[in-house]
Write a protein that binds this ligand. Sequence first.
Ligand code: PNW
Length: 497
Amino acid sequence: MFLPKLFLVFYTLSLFWKKNECADNRKFPSEFKFGVATASYQIEGGWNVDGKGENIWDRLTHETNLVKDNSTGNVACDSYHKYKEDLALLGDLGVDFYRFSLSWSRILPTGYIDGQINDAGVKYYEEILSELEKRGIEAMVTLYHWDLPQKLQDDFGGVLNDTFIEVFANYAQLAFELFGSRVKHWVTFNEPFIICQQGYENGLKAPAITKAPGIDLYTCAHVILKAHAKAYRIYDKSYRKTQNGKITIVLNTDWFEPASSDSKDLEASERKLQFQFGWFAHPIVYGNYPQVMIDRIEERSIKEGFKESRLPKFTDNEIEDIKGTYDFIGLNHYTTTLAEWSTDIAIGKPKSTKDISVNIFKNSSWEGSASNWLKVVPWGIRKISKWIKDTYKNPEIIITENGYSDVGGIFDDSRRVNYYREYLSNVLKAIYDDGVNITAYAAWSFLDNFEWLNGYTEKFGLYSVNFSDPERPRTPKSSVNYYKNIMATKCLVDQCL
Ligand code: PNW
């Protein structure tokens, strides 16, 4: 009788232990904020209604076969029509803040301030802000999450042309003017690395222009950094005092773990981080590109026969202007990749990956997700946070995106629950054990949505959306309850210390 009982006790204990695997049982600081994130093109739909102009994602989805399931964001989650229901869900979820983006061409159909302002678009975002206010949910607003008005692409080549800087600044100023009194956090650009590297080199994002690899992406980044700085300065000078918000740019990166403890692999990991995160973080913190980028791209450019570096140079004034244009660092982080030293790739046709010359790959034992690039590596978020702290003068960090994808139709999403529990455990370790100043966290995403070139084949939502039903009904997955509980208790396990 005694033995089976003892076994039962141990068995129950082990189940409990397993359930909380390595979950950290400390509480998040009381002022720590939780939210969820979305982006306009991925959820709104209403692509041509009420005066909205065409953008580069409308064009790409309508006129190319690049999207895996041949789908579009024409309707997406239909959040343009269902925003009241969505805001009610956000209220029920209990988030502290909601990160969403403005569809530029919904507000300015041509993209230009001197085209007409579309009242219906303005009203849509005003109503979202009122609904948020009613529920005491703070707004974090991204000005540019990849849906450039098509006319700006057609007229002057979008983000490859310096004309973009002023056109963007005018749009940003209009947004501050219209909405700023109710916005706590502004984001100028979401993931310039992806905009430039995928939009202008590997073709995985609109406008998918791949004709000048190794060149266009650096021009794109140069223009975006200047446009970001200009919008930041406008906010700083004319709106900060009355509106009291913060403004930054959101940068994405994996953690690049050295493939071995060999010092060459450490160098490879650092170089890879500098070429991705440092490409944008170094200018906004220190004023210019990382030295390793300046040196390597110049050296290769000359060997390739260019008269000067393919990496554009900032003037002294531009450096002064860009330096310090962040009130916090916005970090989008999903996964980890291994980085291994390699001999420099031979000189030939330029390409940014050749400029870097680092081998990257995944560990086959890491758990996967519905996205081939997204492996579950919870400790990576702690390492990247600590690296940012050490590399950029201990800034305030907000994790503006972090999440896990499933293939859809899964309501008992225990692997997503596990992902959030383990990643957030490592956020706690970064805060308490490494002294990283992380103040808020947004789960990507609130709803299943249009996952860019992967269409509706990869689902990141806490809420599932039925895309074959014209009503687009939303259904909570199990992770909703788990996330609710975290927000209510600031604790990842059943009982915190
Ligand atoms: C983010 N990668 O982009 C975007 O901000 C979201 O719009 C998107 O839906 C989400 O992640 C999930 O993909 C990323 O290649 C794009 O590692 C690419 C990568 C990571 C994030």
